[in-house]
Write a protein that binds this ligand. Sequence first.
Ligand SMILES: *Cc1c(COP(=O)(O)O)cnc(C)c1O
Length: 357
Amino acid sequence: MKNIKIDLLSDTVTLPPKEMREVMASAEVGDDVYHEDPNVNKLQEIAARKVGKEDALFVPSGTMGNLIAILTHCRKSDEVIISPMAHIYDNTISGMSALAGVQPYTMIHEDENGMIPKEIEKWVQKPEDLHYANTKLICLANPRNHAGGTVVSVERIDEICKIAKKNNVFVHLDGARIFNAAIALKVDVKEIVKNVDSVMFCISKGLSAPVGSILAGTKGFINIANKHRKMLGGGMRQAGILAVAGIFALNNMVDRLEEDHRNARLLAMGLSKIKGIDIDLDSVQTNMVYFEVTKLINNLGISIEQFFDELASHGIRGSQEDPANLNKIRFVTHYGISEEDIYTTINAIKMISKRIN
Ligand SMILES: *Cc1c(COP(=O)(O)O)cnc(C)c1O
């Protein structure tokens, strides 16, 4: 975006580092639909190993990866237990219903650690009845993007997986930013996903690759997932050019996510000291900062649109993620946002709040 110097819209705006572009330019390639692209094969092996699963599949996007997981675990008319705040539910234009033909059962019982196991158990243990859909899958998310980017504990995931296993229900984890979760939880990513049947993560977000996500699971699962990827038009031919970016990302861009978390905390601390801003510091656990500016804009007598315009005049951009509360702003830190940018942002908002130009 022109004139935007500090782009806190999302970590999807990250640009590939120079070295990543260099490996892309010289990548050896083949036709991946015939499994003949050496770098796609290598990325899938590295990715599977990284999350401790048997096999993995390179997919064009996280949205497609999650949809493939649902298509692979479920049949039409099955039911999927999911949080109404989950990306798969609230950010995919009803894809699970429209394209996989499944019915979401929105689990509204949540605490700061995600869906409540006891409530899931009550639902999956309901007596068999002619009228009921077949509950086949539980979709978890970690971190929980629309819950502030907060993380779900390993214990909570394990508890839900145990209930699922006992009741013949699969568990898929939307781990778009799973490495952010691992860093925040201070555990290896394998520990988070060890009991889930499948996991999706994005290389296109904080890991800074230009395109792509990974879906991982058992060999049998990935075989069928590959068919679904083809069905959806996700077979990508000489995709090694993209896959090498993913390999570079997994080898070089994971550990630095810690810096984004540090910057997010710094930003949150600074914002919390500005009059008129409401922020829950405990919710700042990864690279996302959610805060509300209702009082601030009311004090200034400006609309939220005008507030965003003022931010833009300082070269700063954020987003509104809650359609029911447009005064709630999200800032996401990422590769390309420095500590200095954080101080610049805090100062700019201070100036806006004090009407200093
Ligand atoms: C970004 C995101 C996705 C989808 O990934 P795309 O590559 O944008 O399709 C899925 N889940 C979560 C939690 C995300 O943040």
